[in-house]
Design a protein around this ligand. Structure first.
Ligand SMILES: NC(=O)c1ccc[n+]([C@@H]2O[C@H](COP(=O)([O-])OP(=O)(O)OC[C@H]3O[C@@H](n4cnc5c(N)ncnc54)[C@H](OP(=O)(O)O)[C@@H]3O)[C@@H](O)[C@H]2O)c1
Length: 376
């Protein structure tokens, strides 16, 4: 396994981190983790050098933390950084923060959490975090020894907000979504460089775009990969692209089988920063362009269509609808929409106010109806 240095303490962090949001499940039920298999996978990864395990209050319907806690019994706890996240969506008053942290430590059955993040910081949740002065509460918890390092995970819409958050507190680390398709989404590559420029190491989530940059490839995309002399799987290319940035502390991978653990251990033991050649970078860029060319609806996410009277996230839904075609991933998008998106596209009332404002003249009501039929 390759390691990078956590600047605050000089400790080594494995380049592959275990993301515990996509553990194997029973009967396709996201809340029912196949615990025996998950424990086997997590311990196997640690035995091979992984020392960063990431979970959250919400993952697997609230069951990920418990499984992680049990996987880390028998001496495994001491070998890893445990990362867990304060679910801002459940924080309404300052008193909720210690209550939630207590519950998380109980679920984990641990005395402390090493890396504690404000979960899913974005426009609204950041306002709330500031109002409640959550970071001051976390400082108190750190002084009590219940958490060690304080960070945040970012899913806001703009780089500007990411910069504001970075500048607002001396964070020990932060976490962003990054892969070769999402270079300018949310924080993006610029955000990675901004954080690192301030001495804040960056943990990467969704390096495979939630599993879309894997083997199920449209023919037009496969042709580009086949054009590279060095033969690697699409998964390996995607990991290599992220690992190439020296600013990355660890790459969290959600893994749902032991075979994926083995493959990702192999890949991330074999790469380091600044290893991609110019030619390889160009091909990866062409693959991203080829994916984008498959987009069925020309939404630019300008948001002129917003606000929607029933509060549907119109650009978000169209983005997911596009992804379903581009990545031939209707099942994965359905999962995201059913579990994480509210209001649902079927709640569209077809008032068409949005269509009058859309510069691309998209038939938004029709796209919502189509999305409801496809995903719900
Ligand atoms: N803080 C936040 O707001 C936040 C948000 C998202 C994620 N995260 C964290 O970041 C971690 C990583 O993100 P992610 O799980 O969303 O996305 P990801 O790592 O980009 O994708 C995970 C999926 O990739 C597929 N995969 C992994 N290794 C593979 C391999 N070797 N071959 C083929 N397919 C492979 C699996 O898909 P299948 O299961 O379909 O096989 C897996 O479920 C999460 O697990 C979580 O810990 C945090």
């Amino acid at each position: 396994m390759n390691y990078r240095i956590f600047p605050k303490t000089g400790e080594k962090v494995s380049l592959l981190g275990f993301g515990c949001m996509r553990l194997p499940v029973l009967d396709g039920d996201h809340a029912r983790i196949d615990e025996a298999e998950a424990v086997r996978m997590i311990r196997r990864a640690i035995d091979e050098g992984v020392n960063y395990v990431d979970t959250a209050y919400m993952y697997h319907g609230g069951n990920s933390e418990g499984v992680v806690g049990r996987a880390l019994k028998d001496g495994y706890r001491e070998r890893v950084f445990v990362a867990d996240k304060l679910p801002l969506m459940h924080v309404h008053t300052a008193a909720d923060v210690p209550k939630l942290l207590d519950e998380q430590l109980r679920r984990l059955d641990m005395a402390h959490i090493d890396m504690y993040l404000l979960h899913d910081v974005r426009e609204m949740s950041w306002e709330k975090a500031k109002k409640i002065q959550i970071v001051n509460i976390l400082e108190e918890k750190r002084a009590e020894g219940r958490i060690k390092h304080i960070g945040f995970s970012y899913h806001g819409e703009t780089l500007a907000l990411f910069r504001e958050i970075i500048d607002a507190f001396p964070w020990d680390f932060c976490q962003i979504q990054l892969n070769y398709m999402d270079t300018a989404l949310q924080a993006g590559v610029e955000g990675l460089q901004y954080a690192a420029g301030k001495g804040i190491p960056v943990v990467i989530m969704e390096p495979l775009k939630g599993g879309k940059l894997t083997d199920a490839l449209p023919e037009s995309i496969r042709r580009y990969w086949d054009g590279i002399e060095v033969k690697r799987t699409p998964v390996e290319w995607a990991f290599r692209w992220v690992a190439d940035f020296p600013q990355v502390l660890t790459i969290l991978s959600g893994m749902s089988s032991l075979a994926q653990v083995e493959e990702n251990l192999r890949i991330l033991s074999d790469v380091d920063a600044n290893m991609l050649t110019e030619k390889e970078r160009t091909i990866i860029g062409r693959v991203a362009d080829a994916y984008n060319a498959l987009t069925p609806y020309a939404c630019t996410a300008c948001k002129y269509c917003m606000p929607c009277p029933v509060e549907i996230d119109i650009p978000g839904i169209i983005g997911l609808r596009n992804e379903a075609t581009v990545f031939e991933s209707v099942e994965k998008v359905s999962f995201s929409i059913r579990n994480f998106v509210r209001p649902l596209p079927s709640e569209c009332i077809a008032c068409k106010q949005c269509e009058e404002k859309c510069p691309q003249h998209l038939a938004i009501a029709e796209i919502m109806a189509e999305s409801a039929a496809m995903f719900e």
